[in-house]
Design a protein around this ligand. Structure first.
Ligand SMILES: CC(C)(COP(=O)(O)OP(=O)(O)OC[C@H]1O[C@@H](n2cnc3c(N)ncnc32)[C@H](O)[C@@H]1OP(=O)(O)O)[C@@H](O)C(=O)NCCC(=O)NCCS
Length: 146
């Protein structure tokens, strides 16, 4: 069974590779990932397979009663195994314990897998930034009460 646990600095090489692999990931640099691990307002989780491979990660920040989802990615060989859903659920449980009442995020309208994931978890569209990204796709703003 894949476990969800707090990320560690020894995960960062694999997280960086995964970040770089996916078109829709935010493409953080290694120093940015290292800094994120140290932030007290960050929720940074890894999914680890039974054979100790990193198969996904989640990064979010807690701010003013919200958790903002910044990045979630899953290794291509582990897709559709509920890893992203479990990462998000674990992050939201932690966020609730920190006093958060809402999760917020922004997703490209072209990113169908992520949009479907967020919809399945109960997120609703609350706004749209037209032609927000470099490829001229729009950003959907989505929220969910925790
Ligand atoms: C989006 C992403 C994180 C989903 O990861 P995942 O572990 O495969 O997702 P899950 O298995 O938890 O999926 C949960 C639900 O989301 C929806 N979903 C996920 N991927 C989907 C797809 N490719 N097509 C349609 N629906 C999808 C489904 O409703 C799914 O439930 P089901 O499998 O019972 O039908 C993954 O595709 C990914 O890493 N994409 C690249 C990075 C990215 O775009 N991240 C988001 C922006 S930062």
């Amino acid at each position: 069974m894949t476990i969800i646990r707090p990320s560690r600095s020894s995960d960062l090489d694999e997280i960086f590779s995964l970040e770089s692999y996916w078109e829709y990931a935010p493409h953080w640099s290694k120093p940015q990932l290292e800094a994120e691990l140290l932030r007290p307002d960050s929720i940074f989780l890894s999914a680890e397979s039974p054979d100790s491979r990193l198969c996904g990660y989640f990064i979010g920040r807690v701010f003013g009663g919200d958790i903002q989802v910044l990045s979630v990615s899953v290794d291509p060989s582990y897709l559709r195994q509920s890893i992203a859903a479990r990462l998000l659920d674990s992050a939201f449980s932690k966020a609730r314990l920190s006093g958060c009442i809402r999760a917020t995020l922004e997703v490209s309208e072209g990113n169908i897998p992520a949009f479907k994931l967020y919809q399945k978890l109960g997120f609703q569209i609350v706004g749209k930034r037209v032609k927000f990204y470099n490829d001229c796709s729009s950003a959907l703003l989505m929220d969910k009460l925790l």
